[in-house]
Design a protein around this ligand. Sequence first.
Ligand SMILES: Cc1cc2nc3c(=O)[nH]c(=O)nc-3n(C[C@H](O)[C@H](O)[C@H](O)COP(=O)(O)OP(=O)(O)OC[C@H]3O[C@@H](n4cnc5c(N)ncnc54)[C@H](O)[C@@H]3O)c2cc1C
Ligand code: SF4
Length: 508
Amino acid sequence: MGKDTGFLEYKRTNNGDVPPEERIKNFEEFHTPLDTQPRREQAARCMNCGVPFCQSAMNLGGMVTGCPLHNLIPEWNDEIYKGHEKHAFDRLYKTSNFPEFTGRVCPALCEKACMCGQNGDSVTVHDNELYLVETAFSKGYIKPVVPSIRSGKKVAVIGAGPSGLAVADELNHRGHTVEVFEREDEVGGLLMYGIPNMKLDKKVIKRRKKLMEEEGLVFHTGVNVGKGDSSEGDKTGEKKVSQKEILENFDAVVLCCGAKKARPLPVADPEKIKGVYYAVDFLTRTTKALLDSENRTVEALKNHGGYIDAAGKNVVIVGGGDTGNDCIGTVIRMGAKSVTALEMMPKPPVDRAESNPWPEWPKTLKTDYGHEEAIYVYGSDPRVFETTVKNVVTDKKGNIKQIETVKVTFKDGKLAEVPGSEKTLKCDLLLIAAGFIGCEDYSADAFSLKRSPRGTVVTADDGYHIPNTKLFSAGDMHRGQSLVVWAIAEGRACAKEVDEYLMGYTNL
Ligand SMILES: Cc1cc2nc3c(=O)[nH]c(=O)nc-3n(C[C@H](O)[C@H](O)[C@H](O)COP(=O)(O)OP(=O)(O)OC[C@H]3O[C@@H](n4cnc5c(N)ncnc54)[C@H](O)[C@@H]3O)c2cc1C
Ligand code: SF4
């Protein structure tokens, strides 16, 4: 333990935030890191608990609390305090392939379980992690590690989101020859085209990709697996690879295709009504335009064009989760006239309820960056709870103009409308961020994969292998829509199984 009185002496201090009035002028990351000395003081707050709940990943009350990667948090907090950044980073890197992703976007399951949080403020584990990995990059501690011997086994990974990247990273370091197939033009999955740039700068993903390539990994981007074969691709101009070609050429195949099938909103079909989009499509088009723009300012985006513009529009977002919040932050930067976010669930309490004690995952109201920005720009929190869309009104050209909302309650576990609670709302842009209902059918069907009622791929109990095949599945495709940290954790665990399948044993 670094400093035995640290948690008494030092108050929790988060990384700073660029104020909303400044940060909404661009799509840059907006957290400002602490200097080294205050960072060490933050690490000194860690009590090195005998039972470190922060790294436990326990399932309590049906929700996981503590780090799914079992990061060795007290160890590296201690090393940060002592100024041993290199050693601290080595301990972090032992359990986590991409701390630069989780250090930016993880909701920090570790902090929710931290013992310091029982009577005060938890340790800044998330910010400490980001400090370590960025220090490691800037000081050159992270160098390509190329395996000295190759096993002669070939593995195909389909999908380059965080789960696919983690599987590939582990198996490549183990000495297998790994090729990753990704249908988008860039790797990263929802890290790249989903999570906006202000939360995770896309340079961070490209930096990791370059490192992985230097380590011997091969990425095939712009290649769709399971929608045709390579000869067909030549004809249409789109690169395609069939499941047959993959199965013939590789000793093991890992499917990490995500869970991108969006939950529809029955009254507003994006195919039929102009001005209605699924949130991920909206966010993807924004990021693609931004990546091609001169810089990350709103002006550069506007000059570039080619995205779905919210400027001057009354925007309604259906869904109050992370995705909805990312849409709020994005439309504010574009200059939306108004933003309303509809959420079916009741408003959670600000503090933990008695029935939801530490160290359970806190079911409390989270005011995220997009909500803060909306409060600054429009003067109020954009969220309206226990409400959904009942009807959509369009103009003669089929453009959305207005929606009718209705209050809802849950009666005996079933959703019911509250009679007489209907209201109308101006709406020129409707974004559906109502969650996901499993993996896309074509990728799974191409490999004849069985699906669960939740739309996830069925594997062997407690594992990732699809029995009697050379196929494996991990991440959202296997788990259902989840978190980056879970995608990485599943990728690592799946890699172990693949290694054992190929070698008869594993030392991963
Ligand atoms: C808008 C949004 C914001 C989010 N914010 C956060 C956050 O802040 N923190 C957090 O922890 N989690 C967040 N999440 C969830 C997180 O991004 C996902 O849980 C995580 O990315 C899942 O990783 P994955 O590798 O399993 O799948 P994905 O990231 O979905 O990657 C799957 C990849 O497979 C590719 N693919 C699919 N089919 C094929 C095919 N047939 N051939 C070739 N390639 C294919 C896709 O193009 C994609 O790149 C967010 C999700 C969304 C939608
Ligand atoms: S629970 Fe909190 S105080 Fe205890 S070891 Fe983990 S980070 Fe440190």
